[in-house]
Design a binder for this molecule. Structure first.
Ligand SMILES: [Fe+2]
Ligand SMILES: [Fe+2]
Length: 146
């Protein structure tokens, strides 16, 4: 039983998060296919795995929405950004991960200021994972540029 109305700002963060995670699934699945077509099998595999991880994030957001009595309604699926080579794809994706990090940082700050411990923990876990994605892409890009 729900005893209080869900926080509208938290619902907003969950909705935006879901739109971004589903956009990431679309983008990384596309990049995986593109890399495979370029003959870069190992890089394609990495992005295929990445797309599955992002799908896992989308599922966690959906689960959270249902737990607080909200119907998932991602409404802003972004068009995939394409690029002409691996480094350019990594750049585009590093930028995307940085945006997701910024979104979850602000969700975490909001939950902290409201004393909303459950949602704080929820967004903080996603934030840590997205920071990790960002760091991985950053390291990969640096290795390519060496
Ligand atoms: Fe994600
Ligand atoms: Fe990510």
């Amino acid at each position: 039983m729900l005893t209080k109305r869900p926080d509208q700002k938290v619902l907003g963060y969950l909705g935006r998060g879901l739109s971004m995670e589903l956009s990431a699934v679309q983008q990384y699945s596309t990049h995986a296919r593109l890399l495979a077509a370029w003959g870069l099998g190992a890089a394609a595999d990495k992005f295929r795995k990445e797309a599955l991880e992002e799908m896992g994030h989308a599922e966690r957001l959906i689960e959270r929405m249902l737990a607080i009595g909200a119907a998932p309604a991602a409404s802003h699926l972004r068009p995939v950004r394409l690029a002409k080579d691996l480094s350019s794809l990594l750049l585009v994706n590093r930028e995307f991960e940085a945006e997701i990090v910024t979104l979850y940082e602000s969700a975490v700050r909001h939950c902290a200021s409201e004393g909303d411990k459950d949602n704080y923990i929820f967004f903080d876990e996603l934030l840590k994972e997205e920071r990790h994605h960002h760091a991985e892409l950053d390291a990969w890009l640096k290795r390519l540029q060496e």
